[in-house]
Design a protein around this ligand. Sequence first.
Ligand code: ADP
Ligand code: ZN
Ligand code: ZN
Length: 718
Amino acid sequence: MPAATACLQVAVLGHLPRIFSYALPENPERLPPGVRLRVPFGQKSRIGILVGYDHCPPEITLKPIEAVLDTRPLLPESLQQLLNFGAHYYQHPLGDVWAAALPALLRQGRPLPRPAAQAYQLTRHEQTPARPGKLQEALITVLSTSSPTAETEVPARLRPVLRQALHNGWVEALSLPAPRVTTQPLPYPLNAEQRMAVTQLRATQGFTCWLLDGVTGSGKTEVYFETIRPHLEAGRQVLILVPEIGLTPQLLARCQARFGKAAVAALHSAQTDSERLRIWALAAMGHIQLLIGTRSTLFVPMPQLACIVIDEEHDPSFKQHRGWHYSARDMAIQRAKLENIPVILGSATPSLESLYNVQQGRYQSLQLRQRATNAPLPGITIIALRRQYLQGGLSGELLNACSETLAAGNQVLLFLNRRGYAPAVLCHDCGHVLHCPRCSAALTWHRHQQRLRCHHCGYESRWSEDCPECHSTALITAGQGTEQLEEVLRQRFPDTPVWRIDRDALPGREAFSAVLEQIHQNQPAILVGTQMLAKGHHFPAVTLVGIVNTDQGLFSADFRAPERLLQMVLQVAGRAGREDRPGRVLLQTHLPHHPLIQKLSEGDYQQAARLLLEERLQASLPPGTALTLMCAEAHQRAAIQAFLEAAKACAPDSLVISGPQPALLERRAGFERAELWVEAPTRQIMQKALKTWLPCCQQLPEARRVRWFVDVDPQFML
Ligand code: ADP
Ligand code: ZN
Ligand code: ZN
């Protein structure tokens, strides 16, 4: 028998079902796994990652690779292992996992830059431009300091002018040793609870997962800072993950105030690809010591990583819900395990998963029960809406409370998790609700833009002249969104600024920052917003929080809805009265006696969460069991039904499968959608079963007529 030939194993970037084999290069200097290769693929060439070596049967002719793009692996071995783990655990192609982990420019084959740590100064003998442009002027201001200005202190928008100035010779570059943090002292002593937490956290050696469970305003951020300070001062690196880009500027400013600007940076989606790559490369060289970022920042190589912090760990935004369905929180914990370092999960409203892991002894828990500033936690009062006259969804009681608060010189925050003017439009004569033609969802009226919009697929149209069912012209809006609330409030409080905070009013980060600045003037004002307002922000002048519609969260088919409602309400409530002004929370509901509403009004997250967790465990729902959704989409309902039935029939016995059932959103963007609900007693059993089951599903003839994927540990019912 002829000998098998050695070949390269390549994960071609993209959603491809398997690893591909290529011929060894002519002079095979041993290429290390983790380097990028350019490989022929069909008629084109693509970028792939060398993931290993294997032997192929001699009768297969292997194609040669076209080029080797790196001399060294892009990611260290621990991160390569993490991606392998992530591909297996979430049952996703390794090439797509790598693609999600790499910055766009590396994915496209650009060389890895080696940005030297540099500083800049105005050249002494060279004239600055006689009539500088606006950006040039800004650059001159930035550089007009007694000592050279570090690279990291030059704002990204000035980089092109800087390059030009270097070229023209009026700015010069100096090489610097790797930047280091410069710690400022704490402005106040830590309180006893904080000190205790820091002592325990600092004593950790190797991998431990900590849950820092501290009420809103308890000073968790200071606990992170004090815990990581010795690491940073010793020249090591720390990664802080936040759920949302909106939270990065605030945290970055705090981190820089505490640890200096030179070695502290944030990565986020508002940056250009080259800016992101530059920061990535600096972190990989150890020149950024403290890195803040959202989800994918988790994959940035940091050779001196000493600790990972995951702030607001309960936030569902940590779960990626397109492509590779990974949980950034869970993957970060896995990274900490692989690198044998501690990880700190922080939240005022920890997820039931994390609380369960504490119960099981897998995580260590630390608690902060008091607010750092000694401000009391706000009391929560229920307003029963039954038979009350409502103005734009607001009761007289809530409106009066608004007046009082504004008269006292304070700010009001009204929370409504619905964008647009009205969540539905219906026919006054026959009751028909206008639906998206492509989804099983009602259209939202956006009055400002005069558009009917589908929030699921982006469909939009003009206001409909008549009812498609009965042709009556009596179409009316139903329910309230933030736009309508804003309108009602402007009429009612004409002399008070009303700030609407949602994705429509503030599409960009800059707009959001500008409004935050206005709010921080602490003048009387009303803030109206969606969950964008609920997360982590600090509004010192807000003393009244109104939850406009609590009931939406009580009737969802998603088993996580009660947990989310509890977290959301307590997070928003936590925005009230954070400094010297005591706060209160009013919660409007039609169901004042609902057990969850009762729990909410007690304001005790721990107790309420414990009850919800018990209910989950009794109902055999996560985190008591492991859950995976298998979702299928097609134009024909029969095709998805056939596929899911066939898949169910070939499943191993260790899985308990229910369905097929229609997805929560039965039709989206013209596709019918259904799912199987797949349960196993533990995550290990789930893993083992999926590994044998999914390849069988791939082979099914029915699979060719549908789009399908699995979501392991789903966070949203789809
Ligand atoms: P959390 O992250 O738990 O919501 P923060 O760390 O943002 O809380 O702290 C809330 C507020 O309390 C901040 O304004 C912070 O400066 C202040 N703070 C934190 N620790 C102390 C302390 N020990 N003494 C006084 N103020 C503190
Ligand atoms: Zn009608
Ligand atoms: Zn739609």
